[in-house]
Design a protein around this ligand. Structure first.
Ligand SMILES: Cc1cc2nc3c(=O)[nH]c(=O)nc-3n(C[C@H](O)[C@H](O)[C@H](O)COP(=O)(O)O)c2cc1C
Length: 312
């Protein structure tokens, strides 16, 4: 149920039953050669998929993040142990987040102007720290404006790049002939309305309006956003950022927020470095979240579990 860029679901799990261990692999057949050249987004999705289920099932998962250049697709091993009766608070919180796994969806609807209370922001920042990353939310006004400008720049770069547009079209399901399987990609009903004016960081997966029935809407003028980052930019940082992304999303869902993700400006190296606040301790930004009060998005499909889990 984890989020992944373009809903590519680029993960495979092997449960080694004898030694109570779950190995996580990235799936080389589900990469995005134009939108995710370095496989950073792939690691984020895989990190997100790794976070919660063991805690919910009463296991303590000791996770080793492994990426090593010799075996680049073997990303992590999780050793499972019976959870102590006196679970740490952080582990109990993690198990509790499981309630939000199914209701959480990316919402590309307009949100209201209602301000998120500071204690909720505070909880989200703490959730990020528990997973070893930093969350800047809310960013300062100039930083929020700068991020919106980068979104506009990314839209222009994307519009001018035929290969990138073709890749996005491959992963959207707009009802045209010859589309990929229904178990992955972004279905038409998750695209939600297109934006007049683009005041809010919501990606338009159908800029050429192949779907004539899609409504248009005015989005919030002052979107409430959050930026997730780490000090370094290694594959282990990307996995950690993915775990953090999922923890923040699930906690936001339990707090009654709708959420969406935006990586558009982070997909262009020339824009990504400008997304960080030079006054912050964040060296590299991994994700821009939009948070607020509004409709939850539509559910998106997932591949059958037999395709992503095997036993040894
Ligand atoms: C690394 C990453 C990048 C993403 N970038 C975007 C984005 O730029 N715009 C967007 O609308 N959604 C983005 N998403 C959200 C995915 O499209 C979404 O998670 C996927 O379609 C599955 O839907 P769900 O989140 O509702 O389960 C991103 C997700 C991940 C993990």
């Amino acid at each position: 149920m984890a989020p992944s860029m373009h809903n590519a679901q680029p993960w495979r799990f092997i449960h080694r039953t004898g030694i109570r261990s779950v190995a996580l692999y990235g799936d080389p057949d589900r990469t995005l050669p134009y939108g995710d050249v370095e496989h950073r987004a792939l690691h984020l999705g895989c990190g997100a998929a790794l976070l919660v289920p063991a805690a919910h099932a009463g296991w303590t998962a000791t996770v080793g993040l492994l990426p090593d250049p010799g075996t680049p697709w073997h990303l992590a091993d999780a050793a499972l142990d019976e959870a102590e009766a006196e679970a740490e608070d952080a582990d109990r919180d993690l198990a509790d987040l499981h309630r939000a796994v199914r209701p959480r969806h990316t919402s590309r609807f307009p949100f209201s102007d209602e301000q998120i209370p500071e204690p909720i922001f505070d909880g989200l920042r703490s959730a990020a720290l528990l997973e070893g990353c930093r969350l800047i939310t809310p960013p300062s006004a100039w930083h929020a404006d700068a991020v919106m400008e980068l979104v506009h720049d990314a839209e222009l770069l994307e519009a001018a790049n035929e290969a990138e547009r073709a890749e996005i079209a491959t992963w959207t399901r707009t009802g045209r002939a010859g589309e990929g399987p229904a178990a992955d990609g972004i279905p038409a009903d998750a695209l939600d309305p297109w934006q007049y004016g683009v005041s809010s960081p919501v990606r338009d997966f159908d800029p050429s309006r192949r779907m004539p029935d899609r409504a248009a809407a005015v989005f919030e003028e002052h979107p409430q956003i959050a930026l997730l980052g780490t000090m370094q930019d290694t594959p282990a940082d990307w996995l950690r950022a993915g775990q953090t992304m999922q923890r923040v999303l699930l906690q936001a869902t339990l707090s009654g927020l709708a959420t969406s993700l935006m990586s558009q400006p982070l997909e262009w190296p020339e824009l990504r470095s400008s997304a960080r606040d030079p006054n912050s301790a964040i060296g590299f930004v991994h994700m821009v979240f939009r948070l607020g009060y509004g409709p939850q998005g539509a559910a998106t499909p997932r591949r059958p579990v037999t395709e992503v889990l095997s036993f040894e």
